[in-house]
Ligand binder design. Structure first.
Ligand code: DGT
Ligand code: CA
Ligand code: CA
Ligand code: ZN
Length: 579
């Protein structure tokens, strides 16, 4: 059983419990454990073997037993029992906008509707409007919800790299409206999850009406899902849902904190508040004794009221950040200004769009001080990979560009390669050729679906080769559709630490590989991280911020990241490595 399979079962359990009317705390414990497991850097089967399930944050005895059962037997008795009680189609109804657990249960129990198709048919025949709590409007809304669900086909999440630019465009537009004081994106986007469910936008203003008006009339809007005084929701033509909340600046801090989540983090804060006789919601703190409100205009005030330093949003997953804040041990997270180099990029020599000189110039203009050119190696035929002969010719051009850029700007250009880790586990150039390169990135592009042992062994071969400096996008995942290879990540981390080979956080939002939780674990085990753009064009270099967000989500500080080093330190690191 993979972590993802276990997580999916826990989500299904939460859905079914919710339909059955189970208390929300119990439902949430399954949901958040599912999220934690899905992103957990170690496999549940390994933790079970080591008796270490209790190390997973937020997992108590009951859930630990369930994980154990799934690992040991491949099934979960409790889940099987629930599945026999709650029809699959009723669970699917929860994915439809306008149908919550109470309504799904009601359709099932009072109207015997157990599939999405029969729900749709009933709505079309006008048979839902007379059911308890329903009406003509809510019936129409369910039809729309079903149509939207079918358009989404599955309930796929939107990649951060697509969602964040939308958020920025919409916010920029809203902030031009008179009275708008400030605005930001909250939710999972602010926490830099690699995929997001919906966008949560906040704007501070004393006058919400003109903002709401502009929001629901934007050209990208496919349909308005809700339009209220201080909150509106809509669906964009691409299927992305966007919520906008407008609130007075005096309440900015509590709202921003609340809607940034995560839910698990917010629950921890509410518990801390209660210990001080305060309740905390999106509007304010209230004294339990007399209901008196304490407003917070900034997030810093929210955290200070709880006796905590401000916690960066990327950490807010209840993965230990509250304890770290209490102990004064929050990490000093890396920022984009710490980055000095980019060690993985492509040119027209393989499948890139620009020449070596143009890539160097693009990097220089973005404030980088040195780069490595790493075109594809010979067996990557579709990417126009370089034969040994072309590689050596390319080196002359790199040296010439380096000499020129060094003279004019003090900017350096090094020669490397992104070599294929071939399906048989060998590397794409012989060692004597690798020895002539300044820097070597080894990547898995083929054979990603090989059995675990085989694909892991290939990665280990590459990591332990003394000429290899970096493993590029280690898991080979593509967001949102392709899962990474079935690699023994603990073995990779151990080898990378031992051989002093760095692992990449590839900044391209289609990759974000390593993901945050893996990157965090790698650093814990002493592995160096490279945050590269893998740019194939100048604009690709602007994707660096996604790599930085991912690193921050992985608790990573500048010192663990090779790209923050000055040239001397970089050369000291690569030079003794067989060159
Ligand atoms: P997403 O959209 O699925 O990627 O994830 P989020 O985290 O953006 O979740 P969303 O959009 O449902 O809600 C935004 C934030 O609002 C969430 O991170 C925490 C807060 N929030 C929403 N519902 C609840 C709730 O029932 N309880 C608590 N404590 N917080 C909530
Ligand atoms: Ca959201
Ligand atoms: Ca939302
Ligand atoms: Zn590449």
């Amino acid at each position: 059983m993979t972590n993802r399979e276990i997580a999916n079962i826990f989500v299904a359990v939460a859905d079914m419990l919710e339909i059955q009317g189970e208390i929300i705390h119990r439902v949430l414990s399954y949901r958040r454990t599912a999220e934690t497991i899905a992103e957990y850097p170690r496999e549940m089967r390994a933790l079970v073997a080591e008796g270490k399930l209790n190390e997973i944050p937020g997992v108590g005895k009951v859930l630990a037993e369930k994980i154990q059962e799934l690992v040991d037997t491949g099934r979960l008795e409790f889940y099987e029992r629930l599945k026999a009680e709650v029809p699959e189609g009723v669970v699917e109804m929860l994915r439809v906008n306008g149908v919550g657990p109470k309504k799904a249960k009601m359709f099932w129990e009072t109207a015997d509707i157990t599939t999405l198709d029969s729900l749709e048919a009933a709505a079309k025949d006008g048979k839902l409007r007379d059911l308890p709590g329903m009406g003509v409007k809510s019936e129409a809304k369910i039809l729309e919800g079903i149509a939207a669900y079918r358009r989404r086909s599955t309930d796929t999440r939107t990649p951060l790299g697509i969602a964040l630019p939308y958020a920025e465009t919409i916010l920029a537009r809203l902030l031009e409206i008179p009275g708008a004081l400030k605005g930001t994106v909250a939710g999972s986007t602010r926490r830099a999850r690699p995929t997001i469910g919906d966008l949560d936008l906040l704007v501070a203003s004393e006058d919400a009406a003109p903002l709401m008006e502009a929001f629901i009339h934007m050209p990208e809007v496919a349909r308005v899902l809700g339009n209220g005084e201080s909150k509106s929701s809509l669906e964009l033509a691409n299927g992305l849902q966007v919520d906008l909340r407008v609130l007075p600046p005096a309440r900015w801090g509590t709202a921003l904190q609340y809607f940034s989540g995560s839910q698990a983090h917010n629950i921890r804060l509410r518990e801390l508040a209660l210990k001080q006789g305060l309740s905390l919601n999106e509007h304010a703190f209230s004294r339990v004794s007399d209901d008196g409100e304490i407003l917070c205009a900034t997030e810093e005030e929210v955290y200070a009221t709880l006796g905590l330093p401000w916690i960066p949003p990327e950490l807010r997953e209840d993965w230990g950040e509250v304890e770290a804040a209490q102990a004064g041990r929050l990490p000093n997270l890396i920022t984009i200004d710490d980055i000095r180099s980019d060690l993985h990029m492509h040119t027209t020599w393989s499948d890139g769009k620009l020449s070596i000189r143009e890539m160097a110039e693009a990097a220089r203009l973005r404030g980088r001080q040195f780069i490595v050119i790493t075109d594809h190696s010979r067996s990557a035929a579709v990417a126009n990979g370089l034969s040994i002969e072309r590689l050596l010719t390319q080196q002359q051009e790199v040296r010439a560009v380096d000499a020129e850029m060094r003279e004019r700007y003090g900017f350096r250009v090094f020669h490397g390669s992104e070599i294929e880790i071939k399906a048989d586990g060998t590397l794409d150039y012989p060692d004597d050729i690798l020895a002539q390169l300044d820097f070597v990135v080894a990547s898995l592009h083929v054979g990603l679906r090989q059995p675990r042992e085989q694909v892991t062994q290939r990665a280990l071969n590459a990591i332990s080769n003394p000429h290899v400096d970096l493993m590029g996008h280690p898991r080979g995942q593509l967001i949102p559709d392709r899962e990474g290879a079935d690699l023994d990540m603990e073995a990779l981390f151990a080898a990378a630490a031992k051989h002093d080979t760095a692992l990449e956080i590839n900044s391209n939002p289609e990759r974000l590989d390593l993901e945050a939780s893996y990157a965090r674990r790698a650093v814990e085990l002493g592995v160096k991280i490279c945050i590269d753009t893998d740019a194939h064009s100048a604009s690709d270099m602007d994707l660096l911020r996604f790599g930085i967000m991912t690193a921050r989500r992985g608790w990573i500080e500048a010192r663990s990241v090779v790209n923050t080093w000055a040239l001397d330190a970089f050369l000291n690191w690569v030079t003794p490595r067989g060159k």
